[in-house]
Design a protein around this ligand. Structure first.
Ligand SMILES: CC(C)(COP(=O)(O)OP(=O)(O)OC[C@H]1O[C@@H](n2cnc3c(N)ncnc32)[C@H](O)[C@@H]1OP(=O)(O)O)[C@@H](O)C(=O)NCCC(=O)NCCS
Length: 393
């Protein structure tokens, strides 16, 4: 279909985008305003027999923070709308409804509306768009199929007319960007083994002969643990993880915003703090003897991006606060970047995580600015990354 972009900015502002349909009509797409509601209700009544959105619902979606109601205008006429809804911190968006004025159907407006809905999803940070459509709605199903949507489930007897709902989804980022290298998921089996589990995923991606099992998970933890944290078992620090990878023949490099032991302030008993310090300085000595490059000081995601572009895997310390609401330091693996997203594999994706299709726990796209906020732990904005590279030779 011939389309031409004239100006783009539908993200969160109300500025519009004008696109040409194949009939050469200039259609303006923008976010809905209160003044559009009469026309929206008219299209709704013409397009659906049941389950219509009413005036109150449209009003709620205008300006909603977790929805984008996109309207299509031709001159002064409202010719269609698309409604996308989101949940915070969830990578899935839902195309809740969409309609084109009956007299303007078949001119390519639906296809353009769908593309705008996809752009909104990506801008919101949701790279997967899902929808439900009645199995009887052949027109809409062929529109979605033609746009790359795949069926993944069926809700029987879903609509008031007893028709089944087909559930469809499209992953909006290309696979090649999602998976710069084949990463296999390893779910940490203990609350304090995010570091070992992340390191295993990174090593296995660089060398598939590394077997990811509990033996290795526990061995790595024993080698890299800080021993204590708060009142329980210690997680792993950057130096311990770097040494564990180095001993297995990988190239390693460490970035840390702090020179000295991390997390020591979270340890309650003075005696335990001493142990954390002992362990840290022993790791620091070993790292120096091994010639592991360590850069101390604040750093940005540009440094991480540069190394992943060179084929390194990055273990990055994040705060779980922005994901799960807990102020817990947590290691994840970063495998790549594109203009919008950082691709992150999180060994702690919980069992209640809504399954995507395929290997969806690896290389999950997170908006760059979100990731930048996550990758700083606590009040001191602590940063730590360990870069793992292929074994030389
Ligand atoms: C579904 C709907 C939004 C499509 O909008 P549209 O502007 O007519 O769609 P387009 O002209 O962009 O067509 C896009 C694709 O849809 C399919 N399509 C459109 N009209 C079709 C028809 N009459 N029969 C079969 N397929 C059709 C084709 O695959 C078409 O691609 P193509 O033109 O390259 O072959 C519109 O028909 C509508 O509003 N229907 C009523 C409300 C509704 O069912 N909404 C969807 C609920 S999930």
């Amino acid at each position: 279909m011939a389309t031409m972009r004239i100006n783009i900015d539908l993200g969160s502002s109300n500025a519009g985008v004008t696109l040409k349909t194949r009939e050469n009509a200039n259609i303006e797409f923008r976010l809905a305003q209160t003044g559009d509601i009469d026309a929206l209700c008219e299209i709704e009544n013409q397009s659906f027999e049941n389950d219509r959105l009413n005036r109150r619902a449209f009003k709620r979606f205008v300006g909603s923070e977790t929805a984008r109601l996109i309207v299509a205008h031709d001159g002064g006429d409202l010719v269609g709308y698309g409604l996308v809804i989101f949940r915070r911190n969830v990578a899935l968006a839902r195309l809740y409804s969409m309609a084109v004025a009956p007299q303007r159907c078949g001119q390519g407006i639906g296809r353009l509306l769908l593309a705008q809905a996809e752009e909104c999803s990506l801008d919101f940070g949701a790279p997967i768009l899902r929808l439900e459509v009645s199995q009887n709605n052949k027109t809409a199903i062929s529109l979605f199929r033609a746009a790359g949507y795949k069926e993944f489930a069926l809700y029987p007897d879903y609509y008031p007319d007893h028709s089944d709902a087909l559930r469809m989804e499209r992953v909006l980022v290309p696979d090649t960007l999602r998976l710069p290298s084949p990463i296999h998921f390893y779910h940490q089996t203990l609350p304090f083994t995010c570091g070992p589990a992340s390191l295993m995923m990174a090593m296995n991606a660089l060398d598939p002969s590394v077997e990811m099992d509990r033996n290795l998970e526990v061995s790595l933890w024993r080698e890299a643990t800080t021993v204590f944290m708060t009142s329980g078992h210690g997680g792993c620090g950057p130096l311990g993880l770097a040494l564990a990878a180095y001993k297995r023949g990988f190239d390693v490099e460490v970035f840390s915003s702090r020179d000295g032991p991390l997390f020591v302030d979270t340890v309650r008993k003075a005696k335990n703090r001493e142990v954390v310090e002992l362990v840290h300085y022993d790791f620091a000595r070993q790292a120096q003897e091994a010639g592991i490059p360590i850069t101390t000081g604040a750093f940005g995601i540009a440094e991480i991006e540069q190394r992943t572009q060179q084929g390194q895997m990055a273990l990055v310390l994040i705060s779980q606060y922005r994901i799960y609401g807990d102020k817990i330091p947590h290691w994840v693996v970063v495998s790549g970047f594109d203009d919008r997203f950082v691709y992150v594999s999180d060994p702690d994706i919980g069992d209640d995580h809504e399954p995507f299709t395929g290997s969806d726990c690896v290389s999950v796209p997170i908006l760059r600015h979100e990731f930048d906020l996550m990758a700083r732990y606590g009040r001191d904005k602590l940063q730590a990354s360990v870069f793992i590279g292929k074994k030389a030779g």
